[in-house]
Unconditional design. Structure first.
Length: 237
C-alpha cells in the first residue's frame, strides 16, 4: 500500500456574526412621528409665506357693545350762531346781521343783509336728547323722514330738484326750489347725525323761471359748504 496523505484540517471562511435585528417600533409611534414632521413643516411654511404674522393677525375683533352707538349721542347743542365761521358767513351773506334763538332742544340762527331782503342764510338744529327720550337716535331718524316726505308735497313752491345727498352725516338730502309768486329761489340741505337733525337754508333773488333754474348749482354749492361746517362743529362739540 502506498502512503496515505494526511487529512488537512478544514478551514471555514470567516464571516462576522449578523447584528441583532433592531426592535420593531409600534405602528402608533410611527404614525405620531409622521404627524409631528408634517406639523413642523406646516409651521415652517406659515412663517416663510409673506404676510404670515402669527396667530394674532387672524384674530377676529369682537363686536362693539350694543350701547356704543347710544353713548355717542349729543347731549347738548352749540350756540345758535356758533357752528358757521365768520368767513363763510361774510362770503355767503355780505354785511350780515344775525338773529338767534335757543332752548335745550332747538337752536336757530338767521343771517340777513342790513336793509335788504336777500341773500339770507338760516341754520336750524334740533336735538333729541337721551334725557327726554329712551330712543333719541330713532326719534331723530323719524323726524328726518318726516321732513323728507313733506318736501315732496310742499305747497306754494316749485321744486326744481330734490335728491338724497351722500357723505354728509348719517343721512341727508338737498332741495332746490322757487317760491311761487316771488322772484326768489331757496337752496336747502337737511342732514342727520345720530340724534341731531339740522337744516341749512339759503335764499336769494332770482326773477323769472330761466334765472331761477340757472341758480341751482351756485345755491346748492353754497348751502352744502355751510352744512359741512355745521356738521364738523357738531362732531367736535
Amino acid at each position: 500500500m502506498g502512503l496515505q496523505r494526511p487529512v488537512e484540517p478544514f478551514h471555514r471562511p470567516y464571516s462576522p456574526p449578523e447584528p441583532p435585528a433592531p426592535p420593531r417600533r409600534p405602528k402608533r409611534f410611527a404614525v405620531l412621528a409622521a404627524f409631528g414632521v408634517l406639523a413642523l413643516a406646516a409651521v415652517a411654511i406659515f412663517l416663510l409665506v409673506p404676510g404670515g404674522q402669527g396667530r394674532e393677525a387672524a384674530t377676529v375683533r369682537p363686536t362693539p357693545p350694543a350701547g356704543t352707538r347710544q353713548s355717542q349721542t349729543l347731549t347738548a347743542l352749540p350756540s345758535p350762531c356758533g357752528t358757521v365761521s365768520k368767513g363763510t358767513v361774510d362770503r355767503t351773506v355780505p354785511m350780515a346781521t344775525r338773529t338767534e334763538s335757543a332752548n335745550s332742544t332747538l337752536t336757530t340762527c338767521t343771517y340777513s343783509p342790513t336793509g335788504a331782503a336777500s341773500p339770507w342764510l338760516r341754520v336750524e338744529t334740533r336735538l333729541y336728547a337721551s334725557g327726554n327720550t329712551t330712543t333719541p337716535v330713532e326719534d331723530a331718524a323719524e323726524y328726518y323722514d318726516t321732513q323728507w316726505a313733506q318736501a315732496h308735497e310742499a305747497p306754494l313752491v316749485r321744486t326744481i330738484s330734490l335728491a338724497r345727498h351722500r357723505g354728509l352725516g348719517d343721512e341727508a338730502y338737498r332741495w332746490f326750489r322757487a317760491d311761487d309768486g316771488r322772484p326768489s329761489v331757496v337752496g336747502q340741505v337737511t342732514a342727520r347725525i345720530r340724534n341731531t337733525v339740522f337744516t341749512v337754508t339759503y335764499g336769494e333773488r332770482a326773477p323769472g323761471k330761466g334765472a331761477q333754474d340757472a341758480r341751482e348749482g351756485p345755491c346748492i354749492a353754497k348751502v352744502t359748504a355751510v352744512a359741512r361746517e355745521v356738521l364738523a362743529a357738531l362732531n367736535h362739540f
